[in-house]
Design a protein around this ligand. Structure first.
Ligand SMILES: [Zn+2]
Length: 291
């Protein structure tokens, strides 16, 4: 049996057009500058999710959400945010972590110590996914895709590398598993790139490039029944993203982002898909899924 706890580690305040790309207002790629309307207008609070998975004796955490440093007293704190994630990031995405919601606090509530975690898997390295990493840095294995880390190293302006500095974070490499053009279902993701954690198809990190090149969705499958849960991180921002094919505002590669969203849609509509979850979907409440 696999249990997936959908957790929320506070909220992020961003322009709606960062979550849901508006082709009419701004059809070109948004530039993340202070002057950009993408950074300032029509801001809204979105949840910041992390997922704890229990499987046999394994504990797996997918993404880490916000660090407590964002809100030291559990309240909105401008200076703390600027210190933790730089002024540029503060202007783009502001965070709030109410008391008890940082990932280490939620784990402690479940009597789980960071060193009990067998794996911390990072979907990508944007601040709202990796900010809380130091809360769980004593986990046995911390993994991010090699493509993502290379991209982050070459695009320092987008990332805050202090968030993983000094942490024993290792990389995994997606295996190339190209699909046949006749295949109706692309089992190995839109790019044909997969990292199968235990080599048994139960926990597959599937590359869904676009938002970032190394973005990894997590597909969790009960291999006895074929039923699965898809955690697609920032491949889209909500169910309506794949329902209505609305891209994320930030896409490093637009064509790849479209292919990835099409793949998320296909996987989500499949009868075997129990739940398909975006990291920041405003309609999702914390809950537990048994698979
Ligand atoms: Zn995000």
């Amino acid at each position: 049996m696999i249990k997936i706890h959908v957790l929320q580690t506070g909220k992020v305040n961003i322009s709606e057009s960062l979550a849901f790309r508006d082709e009419k207002v701004n059809p070109s790629l948004p530039k993340l500058t202070i002057l950009s309307s993408y950074g300032r207008k029509n801001r809204k609070w979105f949840p910041v999710s992390a997922y704890l998975i229990e499987y046999d004796d394994q504990l797996i955490l997918y993404d880490t959400g916000w660090h407590r440093d964002i809100s030291p007293n559990g309240k909105y704190n401008r200076l703390s945010q600027i210190k933790h994630q730089t002024l540029k990031d503060y202007l783009t995405n502001q965070g709030l972590v109410p008391p008890g919601q940082a990932i280490n606090e939620q784990l402690a509530d479940m009597n789980i110590k960071p060193e009990d975690l067998d794996y911390v898997l990072l979907s990508h390295l944007d601040v709202d996914h990796v900010s809380g990493l130091k809360h769980v840095q004593d986990a046995k294995n911390i993994l991010v895709s090699r493509d993502e880390l290379e991209f982050a190293n070459n695009n320092k302006i987008r990332y805050v590398s202090n968030m993983w500095k000094g942490v024993n974070m290792k990389t995994f490499q997606f295996k190339e598993k190209p699909h046949d053009t006749n295949d109706e279902i692309y089992e190995n993701g839109p790019a044909g790139k997969v990292y199968d954690l235990f080599d048994d198809k139960k926990f597959q990190l599937i590359n869904i490039p676009g938002h970032t090149p190394g973005l990894a969705a997590l597909k969790i499958t009960n291999t006895d029944t074929g039923k699965y849960v898809l955690l697609f991180s920032d491949g889209g921002y909500a169910e309506k993203s794949w329902n209505d094919m609305i891209l994320p505002g930030i896409a490093e590669n637009l064509n790849q982002a479209i292919d990835s969203l099409k793949w998320i849609r296909q996987q989500s509509l499949n009868d075997n898909c129990i739940e398909s979850l975006a990291n920041h979907d405003p309609d999702i409440e914390p809950h537990t899924i048994t698979l």
